[in-house]
Design a protein around this ligand. Structure first.
Ligand SMILES: [Zn+2]
Length: 306
């Protein structure tokens, strides 16, 4: 059960008035089963204190259920994490636990590293076979562009990888989850050029109000994470207020982006509850109505968890 590391983690919020879905989380990193590749030392926020163990999968299941975060989407964003994810979602469903769906892709920062070693194309083929062969794998993501962490020399391979993932999502009929960091215009342009998959989701939406309108016109979903609660996020909150209700989703990106006032600590899917409450406040809706709406949106976008 909750290991010693539970002390490092923010407290579990009061249960929501209606359940919600964490549509994007990394339990591979949360549990320490896999740490991000190529990133050197893991950032302090992804792990418990030095002398503590990573919490177990059961800790994240129990805390999520107690907060009303009844369903999650586990995302593996390099090859080992993609394999880990496919295995886990299969195992959970075999055990009769229907709380979890999965997704896999090569992260935009991972694509140039693979390309450098001549392994990008083989990796893309494996991603496609992992998602195509498994009904619990409903997402191709996270893919997209990251001009914050990857320099100019990686841009061409990043864009090639993004285009390939768009094609994979369309061929396999899965939803596309986009990582867009400081690359709004190019992400939107490439989606237009390639033709976006039927279900396209901006994971950890980070655009402004004008971009939210553009996404709404194109029918894209906007998924909000813990950064919606940050003190300096007024522009993001205006975007969340402007997006159409039927395009809104909730997520954590755990262990990253832990909501205020616990920013900088490692998080878990249970903290979707904090973001959902902020979203209700921003939209001037009751907690119950907002959560019911985003719960329904997640099913419309990703299908049934049962
Ligand atoms: Zn992520």
């Amino acid at each position: 059960m909750a290991s010693r590391a539970a002390g490092t983690y923010p407290p579990v919020p009061e249960p929501l008035a209606h359940p919600v879905v964490d549509t994007h989380t990394h339990l591979d990193i949360c549990t320490g089963a896999r740490l991000p590749l190529g990133a050197g030392e893991p950032e302090p926020e992804v792990r418990p204190a030095e002398d503590e163990e990573f919490p177990s999968l059961d800790f994240f299941f129990d805390t999520a259920q107690s907060a009303g975060v009844e369903r999650i989407v586990q995302i593996g964003c390099d090859l080992p994490a993609a394999r880990w994810t496919t295995e886990l979602v299969t195992q959970q469903s075999v055990q009769g636990r229907t709380w979890m769906l999965g997704g896999a892709a090569l992260h935009p920062n991972e694509a140039p590293r693979l390309a450098e070693r001549g392994r990008l194309d083989d990796a893309l083929t494996e991603i496609e076979s992992l998602v195509a062969s498994n009904d619990r794998m409903r997402v191709v993501g996270e893919t997209g562009l990251d001009y914050f962490r990857t320099g100019e020399d990686g841009v061409a391979e990043q864009q090639r990888s993004f285009r390939a993932h768009i094609e994979i999502a369309k061929r396999t009929g899965k939803a596309l989850q986009i990582h867009d960091r400081e690359a709004h215009a190019d992400v939107l342009r490439i989606l237009r050029e390639e033709g976006a998959p039927e279900v396209t989701i901006f994971h950890c939406y980070s655009g402004d109000e004008a971009m939210a309108r553009e996404c709404a016109d194109a029918g894209y979903y906007m998924s909000f994470a813990g950064n919606l609660t940050f003190k300096n996020a007024d522009e993001l909150r205006r975007a969340a207020a402007a997006a159409p209700l039927d395009r809104l989703l909730t997520e954590t990106d755990a262990p990253f982006l832990t909501p205020h006032p616990h920013r900088g600590k490692p998080g878990g899917p249970y903290l979707t509850a904090v973001t959902a409450r902020m979203l209700a406040e921003v939209r001037g809706m009751s907690e119950e109505d907002l959560c019911a709406a985003v719960w329904k949106n997640a099913e419309t976008a990703l299908g049934s968890w049962a």
